[in-house]
Structures are given as structure tokens and as C-alpha cells.
Design a protein around this ligand. Structure first.
Ligand SMILES: [Zn+2]
Ligand SMILES: [Zn+2]
Length: 264
């Protein structure tokens, strides 16, 4: 199991997850907040032939996650996995006659398991100001990759689902002091720091400190705010929480994304 980022942040997100199941390579794209051309360019930079993708998974309807999904899925003929709430709220597929094939994620008690060509994918509901947002945990039987961005706080439910991971892509959206000092309007500040907004560095660090890390080898800080965070702050806050060195953490960049990393 390995993964790479096409870019991460409020201007657009996309994460590639690739698993080798027997003779088959399963390659999924989680979210696509980039336009078609931009997305194809970013895929090319990671050495991925767009025609080799198996599916697109969508976490929620915010434009930094769905902006390019409909056109890309149609262009490549890919199925799109998403909750009904996300499909409705995004409005992307309403009235489309020949849209992409939609496969609905139906959570029960906040989780759903999807099997895609032998790759197990758990969808986990998260507290975020969207209609029916989910995040994903990927498991190929050896490695277990948790992807967790766009949530206002770490609920008990989330904490339970993100255990026993070998790799974690974790939202470190903002530094609370930088957010408080920023030029953002008060309402936006409240939204971001609220229970259904985005994870601060400190909340991310708290999750990291609380999970079982015995198998955890790779941690990537993601969805950093350009205005209200820095790579150094995100890294050092995570590092301090678990007594590690900041050098041990990766950061998924808005422009450059992140190169392929093994999920172990
Ligand atoms: Zn987002
Ligand atoms: Zn969002």
C-alpha cells in the first residue's frame, strides 16, 4: 500500500492510494478539488496514467474536494463513491443524463466498509460542516492507512476508527494563535475553530498522542492553512506531543503535493 498527494489545502485536495492485491493494482483518487487539466498534470507529475485509476472516492461536497470530480469521472469513465448526502449537497450530478456511475456509501452507526478489487476501505463519518461527510481508512491486509482531514474535533467515534494504523494523513489546519491574529472575519474564524470546522495543530497532536502507534511508521500533516499555519509549527506540535523529532513528519503541500510514500 502506498499513497501520494496531488495537493492539499483549502485551494484543492487530491490523494492517491495504490494497493497491490494479487496481480491487480488498485489505484483510487480520494477527492479532486483541481480542474481537469490541473489534475491530469498533477497525476502526470506522480507518474500516474489517468487511465489506470480504478475509482474516485469523495469525502464531502466542499469545492476544495469535489471541484474536479464530475468532469474527471466523466472524462475517464470512473465510478464515484460518495454518500447520498454528499451527492445531493454537491449538486454535481443533479439533472445529469449521462453522468458517472455513482456508488453510494451507506454508513451504519457511522461506518461503512467498501471492497474495491480486494482493497478494504472503511468510510468513517466525521464532525464537519457538510451534509454527510466521511473520511477513509484503507487496509490491504498488511498496511493500514488512515486519511483524516476536514473535521472540527476528534470524536470518540473517529478515535476508535483510527487505531492500529501503519500510516496516517492527518489534518493540521491551523495554529489557533495565528488564526486569532489573522485578518479573517470573526464569523469565519469561529467556523474554522468550531466543533464542525477544521483540526488545529494541537487537536491533531492530541489524536496522535492518543492512538496506538506501535505499527505507525508514516505521519503526514495535511490541509494546512496558508494564512494560519506554517509547516514548522505543524511538524513541531505533532513531534512534541509524542516526543519525536519534527524531521519524522511529512507535510502535504498545496502546490507541490507529496511524493509517493509507503504506508508502513
Ligand atoms: Zn477541505
Ligand atoms: Zn471541508
Amino acid at each position: 500500500l502506498r499513497f501520494a498527494s496531488l495537493g492539499s489545502g483549502s485551494e484543492g485536495n487530491g490523494l492517491l492510494v495504490e494497493a497491490q492485491v494479487g496481480d491487480t493494482t488498485v489505484r483510487v483518487l480520494v477527492d479532486c478539488g483541481f480542474g481537469r487539466k490541473d489534475c491530469l498534470m498533477r497525476l502526470g507529475a506522480l507518474g500516474v496514467d489517468p487511465a489506470s485509476l480504478s475509482a474516485i472516492l469523495v469525502t464531502h461536497e466542499h469545492s476544495d474536494h469535489v471541484g474536479g470530480v464530475a468532469t474527471l469521472a466523466r472524462h475517464l469513465g470512473l465510478p464515484v463513491y460518495l454518500t447520498r448526502g454528499t451527492a445531493i449537497a454537491s449538486g454535481l450530478f443533479a439533472g445529469v443524463q449521462k453522468g458517472p456511475e455513482l456508488r453510494f456509501i451507506e454508513t451504519q452507526e457511522g461506518t461503512a466498509t467498501i471492497e474495491l478489487m480486494g482493497l478494504q476501505i472503511e468510510a468513517v463519518t466525521v464532525p464537519h460542516d457538510a451534509r454527510e461527510p466521511v473520511q477513509f481508512v484503507f487496509d490491504d491486509g498488511h498496511s493500514r492507512l488512515g486519511v483524516l482531514t476536514d473535521l472540527g474535533h476528534v470524536s470518540r467515534h473517529v478515535e476508535k476508527a483510527y487505531q492500529n494504523l501503519t500510516a496516517l494523513v492527518l489534518e493540521c489546519n491551523h495554529d489557533p494563535a495565528m488564526l486569532a491574529r489573522s485578518e479573517y472575519p470573526a464569523m469565519l474564524k469561529r467556523r474554522i475553530s468550531g466543533d464542525y470546522g477544521h483540526l488545529s495543530n494541537a487537536s491533531a497532536a492530541q489524536l496522535l498522542a492518543g492512538v496506538d502507534r506501535s505499527r505507525l511508521g508514516v505521519v503526514v500533516a495535511a490541509h494546512l492553512s496558508r494564512q494560519n499555519n506554517t509547516e514548522d509549527l505543524a511538524r513541531s506540535t505533532l513531534a512534541e506531543a509524542i516526543g519525536a523529532s519534527s524531521k519524522e513528519f511529512w507535510v502535504a503541500d498545496q502546490d507541490a503535493g507529496l511524493e509517493w510514500l509507503p504506508a508502513r
